[in-house]
Design a protein. Sequence first.
Length: 148
Amino acid sequence: MRLVHYPAGGAADDVEADSDSDSDSGPDSGPDSDTGSEPDSAPRTLATDVDVAETTLEKARGFMFRLSAPEGGALVFPFDDVDTRDLHMLFVPFALDAVWLVDGEVRTVKRLRPWLGVGWAAADTVVELPAGAAADVEPGDRIELVED
C-alpha cells in the first residue's frame, strides 16, 4: 500500500511547527525548479511502506519505542467516525508530521517534536509520517491509501 497526496491547488505552505526548530522540509520544487520534479498541483506519493493500525493496541502504541521513523513509511490510524483524535510523542525520540483527515480531506497538519509534542483535531483518519514528508500538505488537500 502507498499513501498518495492530491493537492487542492495553489502553492503549498510549510507544515505548522510544534517548536521553533528548523523544518526538515527542502526547498520549493515547483515547475520552474531545476530538480526535475513535478509541479506542486500534481499528485505525489507520500509513503510507499504504509502500516495500518487497526487494533486498539496498535493505535495506542503508534511509533512509541521505535528508534526512528521508517524512510518512505507511514502509520495510518482509521476510526469509525469523526471525533477529536489526539496524538502524543511520549517515548517517540524523533519528529513526525501528523495529518488529520475527514473522508480523505486534510483538515489539520502539524509537525510534532520528539518526546514532548502533542496535537489534536477532529478526524476519522490520522496519518503519521517522518518529519518533512508532509511539508507541502495543507488543509483542503486529499490523501488516499492506494493498494498496489
